[in-house]
Design a protein around this ligand. Structure first.
Ligand code: GTP
Ligand code: MG
Length: 242
């Protein structure tokens, strides 16, 4: 079998080049100096590194499960860096200074990974194995699966701090990981779309929100039933329907 290796070879803009180009622009109207913009680009590169570190760890776990148990817990992953606009928007909403230090101190979701699992058991086994790894720290856990939000939202959110090794040493960088099942993801996508439909009349919005809450409960029941079939055919104990 011929193995195929793909090398990413896009060239990065160096800090010096960036600074030189920015110096050539008229930044007098901008609230940022060329130095601040360069510092921001450097910071984003660290977040990107942290995001890759965590997603690689998750891929390794998924591969190990496939080899050991012939079961792949992760259906797929999505990862993203927060856009400049959303970073600034969030700092403004929280009344925080618009500065690089302020991002580092206050925003924990600049690097984000969504891990979509096949079953609820997978959500907990993958997140537990990741959290137990000795080179990363768990900064915060919000378990909206054990305690769903009022609107029906379910997912497990964990913020990790992962060391990114640069020439200057280890930089512990936060990454927000959202673990959820396919059903939870299916639900969250529609709820997210509804949230941005501000042009709908209140009565219809309320009606849809109520229906979505019912859907969340139904999906939860379906998930337990399917999880139990999966457990049974794999010789694992079944769980009670809640
Ligand atoms: P943020 O300021 O929004 O980051 O709040 P937080 O820091 O308290 O974060 P939390 O862990 O509650 O939620 C963070 C992310 O989870 C959001 O940016 C969404 O991606 C997702 N999320 C949280 N609640 C909901 C919800 O009700 N519906 C949907 N669709 N997504 C949600
Ligand atoms: Mg957030």
């Amino acid at each position: 079998i011929l193995e195929c290796v793909i090398l990413d070879r896009h060239s990065r803009l160096s800090s010096a080049d960036l600074k030189a180009r920015l110096k050539g622009l008229n930044l007098s109207d901008s609230i940022f100096t060329a130095d601040q913009i360069t510092e921001f680009v450097d910071l984003m590169q660290v977040y990107e590194g942290a995001m890759y570190e965590i997603s690689t760890k998750l891929e390794i776990l998924d591969n190990e499960f496939q080899v050991r148990f012939a079961h792949d817990p992760i259906h797929h992953m999505e990862r993203r860096l927060k856009s400049v606009n959303s970073i600034i928007g969030k700092l403004e909403r929280k009344g925080l200074p618009i500065a690089v230090e302020s991002i580092k101190d206050n925003l924990f979701d600049v690097a984000g990974i969504r891990v979509i699992c096949n079953y609820r058991d997978d959500v907990y086994s993958v997140s537990n194995y990741l959290s137990a790894q000795s080179d990363i720290q768990v900064l915060r856990v919000k378990d909206y699966i054990k305690r769903p939000k009022q609107n029906g939202y379910r997912s497990l959110h964990v913020i990790y701090a992962v060391p990114v090794f640069l020439s200057s040493g280890a930089h512990y960088t936060p990454v927000e990981v959202q673990f959820r099942t396919i059903a939870m993801d299916y639900w969250a996508s529609l709820e997210h779309a509804l949230r941005y439909k501000t042009d709908l009349p209140d009565a219809r919005l309320n009606e849809h929100s109520q229906t979505l809450l019912d859907c969340a409960r139904s999906l939860q029941n379906i998930e337990v039933q399917m999880q139990n079939i999966h457990r049974d055919i794999n010789g694992a104990p079944v769980v009670e329907q809640t």
